[in-house]
Write a protein that binds this ligand. Structure first.
Ligand code: NAD
Length: 273
């Protein structure tokens, strides 16, 4: 048995939504470093272009596609670009997601007066923003009879965090969708198409920086609470998601589908006592 071969993703093609962001940019760079041809799918052409240049600068093969994960026609056009460049889609990482201030409860902005549109936006971005690319790129996997989808969930999906109701609800729905889609692909198309998720614990990124870090670099009260409730006593580093990603994307996990892999420094295991 060649163990390195089991984990190999060399020569495969990958689409990474949110691939110019903090966590998924690192995932995209890792897949490229492992020999994948990667398509960075993001909303902002300039940010997508920067990530493509960075990957090429590191010796990888990458293209950029600009699209909004909530725009079905835009994602179809992105699929056409990816198919023209690579001819197939072996790996889809559904990383686009996040939160915004208008959808977070505070003393001044209670659940009862949260802006309904902001609430819907966050439900849509995180849930439909995963479902729509899975429909469009997953249809290619269905034709191929093979593929690996990796959704990006959150620690907030198991027990909702305070303040982030729509985000937590949407991430919980991603776990449910991951299971549904895993069963659907295996039963209706091919057991060679697998659908799993990674639930990161706490990593500092653009979407949560202001919630956890003060301008002077110290933790906010919430940041300190997170570290205190993480047995490893720190935030995660984006590279620490790469092992789970490569495992889920490669044949090393070929009998694994419908799972949510937790990468959280022990947060989920620790009741605080
Ligand atoms: N940072 C954390 O601690 C943490 C924890 C758990 C889960 N996550 C999840 O990880 C994923 C990556 O987040 P991150 O922390 O790297 O944040 P990030 O903001 O750096 O990355 C998110 C990316 O998604 C893109 N995006 C947002 N809306 C989009 C849209 N409509 N269409 C296309 N692209 C869009 C953004 O432009 C950005 O590049 C998200 O799904 C997030 O919810 C993050």
């Amino acid at each position: 048995m060649n163990v390195y071969e089991l984990f190999s993703v060399a020569g495969r093609t990958a689409v990474i939504t949110g691939g110019s962001g903090v966590l998924c940019g690192t995932m995209a760079r890792a897949l490229a470093a492992a020999g994948c041809k990667v398509a960075i799918l993001g909303r902002t052409q300039a940010k997508v272009g920067q990530m493509v240049d960075r990957i090429k600068g590191e010796g990888g093969e990458a293209i950029g596609v600009t699209a909004n994960v909530l725009d079905e026609e835009g994602i179809k056009a992105a699929r056409d670009q990816v198919m023209a460049a690579f001819g197939r889609v072996d790996i889809l990482v559904n990383g686009a997601g996040g939160n915004k201030a208008e959808a977070i409860t505070t003393k001044d902005q209670t659940f009862f007066d949260l802006d309904l549109q902001a609430l819907k936006d966050i439900l849509d971005l995180n849930l439909l923003g995963t479902v729509i690319p899975t429909r469009i790129f997953g249809a290619e996997m269905a034709k191929q009879g093979s593929g690996a989808v990796v959704n990006i969930s959150s620690a907030a999906s198991f027990r909702p965090m305070t303040r982030v109701m729509p985000y937590a609800a949407a991430k919980a729905a991603i776990n449910n969708f991951t299971q549904w889609m895993a069963v659907y692909m295996a039963q209706e198309f091919s057991p060679g198409i697998r659908v799993n998720a990674i639930a990161p614990g706490f990593f500092i990124a653009d979407q949560n920086r202001d919630l956890v870090i003060k301008p002077n670099g110290e933790y906010t009260e919430r940041g300190q609470l997170i570290v205190d409730h993480t047995p490893m006593g720190r935030f995660g580093e984006a590279e620490e998601l790469v092992g789970a990603l490569i495992w889920l994307a490669s044949d090393a996990s070929r009998f694994v589908t419908g799972t949510v892999v937790v990468v959280d420094g022990g947060f989920q295991a620790y009741p605080g006592v």
